[in-house]
Design a protein around this ligand. Structure first.
Ligand SMILES: CC(C)(COP(=O)(O)OP(=O)(O)OC[C@H]1O[C@@H](n2cnc3c(N)ncnc32)[C@H](O)[C@@H]1OP(=O)(O)O)[C@@H](O)C(=O)NCCC(=O)NCCS
Length: 429
């Protein structure tokens, strides 16, 4: 029987959710209660199912998102998620067919790119996606971190536990407060939006995600345990930081062995960042901190007296980008200096390829189709990797992934495209 790919009707949702659950190796059942809880988060018009007869065997959906470009401008994106094919129907081209359909729809909608977070590295390069942001996850044994008790404020209870303030911290007089989930739903989005306007690689976060993150919406299949939430208030009362963490309960031989696991740490100032990390390192009974997925150039290790105490547990690709509108992408981001390049992009899907002239400068940039000779040639996914400034064009030339036709062109691209701080996407979708 032929396999059929189509958007969903409301009646298809239970079967589709079950397929998604099985694709992600969750328990192969879903309650009616959970279907109804998930329903409001799914736009049926942007949800594809692959059907074998009347059985759903593949799932795929997208939603509207904004991604922050270098310089802070929001760029409209199609975010792809819930991709799964039943093990009985894998490697028959179902993902390829659904992706092709969605990328064409995204192009028609006028989105500048598509985004996703890939379960496994080898899946999406073939569709023109390139890894654009990376994450690091550190684990810190607090006892080895070399925190300096000499910096403890008189009366600070950290003095008694022997866990001191970070060396070199300057205390501007802000404070850390424990808050509940309702407060996070009120304060968190404001902070996230402030950060998103500045940090390349950040994506918009819906109200629903905040409700899920704070347990206001709880799926029966996930074991929700209320996490701890803390905010950092600057001296003027502004919330400049948010920390959400959980703590394992573990004791051995009457000694605490607890690990604090960061779920969210968002900070709008160095003071907020340092104060929240310091707070977490000072919680009694916590002997270890797992950082969660941070930007690879996060300052955490450098806050410690001994940065080697921050052991890298994960270093991996995170957000993948698939350019759909090259002139828009390259003219929307900012550049530190003047420079021009002609870039030829190959796109087997016929969506975004061509030869483009970039005229960049600190006051703005233009990017238009051109007939001039190309300085650099690459596949469209390589532009996805380079656009947020995290990767070096020279490195890709060395790897044979970018062709340099004019000596020095890769160096020009590096000066134009790379950024002082690495892009970071703190969201999961
Ligand atoms: C990953 C997944 C969606 C692929 O779906 P699929 O329908 O089997 O993919 P296709 O048949 O369209 O595969 C197209 C190509 O990609 C390759 N490919 C697909 N998944 C791959 C993987 N995980 N690793 C390496 N290559 C993969 C196929 O081998 C095929 O290559 P070919 O064209 O050279 O033969 C499916 O295997 C799945 O559901 N996996 C578990 C859940 C998951 O990882 N979802 C992705 C979440 S981001």
């Amino acid at each position: 029987m032929a396999l059929d790919i189509r958007t969903l009707t409301a009646a298809d949702l239970p079967d589709w959710l079950l397929t998604s659950r099985i694709g992600f190796l969750g328990s192969p059942e879903i309650s009616a209660e959970e279907v109804e809880l998930r329903r409001p988060g799914i736009d049926l018009d942007r949800t594809l199912g692959a059907f074998d007869g009347d059985r759903c065997v593949g799932c795929f959906r997208s939603f509207a998102q904004e991604l922050t470009a270098v310089g802070g401008a929001p760029v409209p994106a199609t975010a792809i998620t819930n991709v799964g094919i039943l093990p009985t129907h894998r490697r028959r081209g179902l993902l390829t067919a659904m992706m092709d359909r969605e990328l064409r729809a995204a192009k028609e909608r006028g989105d500048a790119l598509a985004t996703l977070i890939s379960a496994e590295y080898p899946i999406y390069g073939r569709y023109g996606f390139g890894p654009a942001t990376w994450v690091s996850e550190w684990e810190v044994e607090i006892g080895r971190a070399g925190l300096d008790p000499g910096y403890v404020r008189p009366g600070d209870r950290a003095l008694r536990s022997g866990k001191g303030r970070f060396a070199r911290i300057t205390d501007p007089g802000g404070r850390v407060e424990l808050v509940d989930g309702a407060a996070v739903r009120e304060l968190g989005p404001v902070l996230h939006e402030r950060l998103r306007a500045e940090r390349p690689g950040m994506v918009s976060r819906s109200e629903r995600v905040w409700r899920l993150e704070t347990g206001e919406v709880r799926y029966p299949s996930t074991n929700w345990r209320e996490p701890f939430h803390a905010v950092y208030r600057a001296p003027d009362g502004t919330v400049d930081g948010l920390l959400t963490y959980s703590v394992d309960e573990r004791w051995e031989s009457k000694l605490p062995e607890n690990t604090a696991r960061v779920r969210t740490l968002l900070a709008a100032s160095p003071a907020a960042e340092q104060a929240l990390w310091h707070y977490l390192f000072s919680v009694d009974w916590v002997v270890r901190v797992a950082s969660g997925f941070r930007a690879p150039d996060d300052v955490l290790p450098l806050l410690l007296g001994d940065p080697r105490a921050a052991v890298v547990k994960t270093y991996a690709d995170w957000l993948w980008l698939r350019p759909l509108d090259v002139p828009r992408l390259l003219s929307t981001r900012t550049y530190p200096t003047e420079g021009s390049l002609v870039i030829e992009l190959h796109d087997a899907a016929g969506l975004a390829g061509g030869r483009f002239a970039l005229e960049a400068g600190p006051d703005g940039a233009s990017c238009t189709p051109t007939g001039r000779a190309a300085d650099l040639t690459m596949d469209i996914g390589e532009l996805g990797t380079l656009w947020l400034g995290d990767e070096s064009t020279s490195r890709l030339v060395g790897l044979g992934r970018v062709d340099e036709h004019r000596t020095g062109a890769a160096a020009v691209a590096d000066v134009l495209l790379r950024t002082a701080r690495r892009p970071w996407c703190p969201d999961v979708f």
